[in-house]
Ligand binder design. Sequence first.
Ligand code: PEP
Length: 252
Amino acid sequence: MRQKIVAGNWKMNNDKAETKALIKGIKKAIKKLSLKNTRVIISPSYVNLSAAIKKADNSKIEVAAQNMHQAKNGAYTGEISADMLKSINIETVIIGHSERREYFNETDAILAEKMDAVLSNGLEAIFCFGEKLEERKSENHFAVVESQLKNALFHLEAANFKNIVLAYEPVWAIGTGETASPEQAQEMHAFVRETISKKFGKEVADNVSILYGGSVKPANAEEIFSKPDVDGGLIGGASLKAEDFAAIIKAI
Ligand code: PEP
């Protein structure tokens, strides 16, 4: 059975005290939930990962990093390696978020290298992809998504997918308040599963969790999550408030 996942991407928000307070709030809000077959992940900033792990200890909350450099170590000022993440017990990393692609020039080729680094280090990747508004308007969204998947993932082995979560995030829906309709999300998720199935086989495709991301909030989460190929969400803005994040977790 595929895992359900609700992951919060905090981006460049929350200092140390705010990080701890938000985790405390989420813990309290989800304490009574059974969360069967459901993972809850939060992704604070690098500098607060250790504090977050400590605070989340003994709870249902996992802590992930928002990015990772592909090199083992070296002269890459400002960057963070897999070894560094592993040394503080981080097991999951978001790779290829559209903001990394757009503001930090992360190309498909770089993302392919990052995926290799994540997987060869025994870490798990939440791999993000999705089309821009003009690409959807020109009806190129399926081709764009297919090429993002091919370029960054198709050199991998089927076995790698045990450590990969996919996150479809149409760029036009991120932080804009505009959400893909549940039908649009389902249509793309089914396409992604089919694309993975053709390359890596049905078993891999059936078992990989595909999250939707893009202005998910308590009011729309349940409908989006009710779609058969939507296995959860990657949540930005609404993951910064404990009650909203908890309501989205409840919706799954
Ligand atoms: C995101 O950044 O991954 C995201 C989905 O953001 P938001 O929920 O704010 O649209």
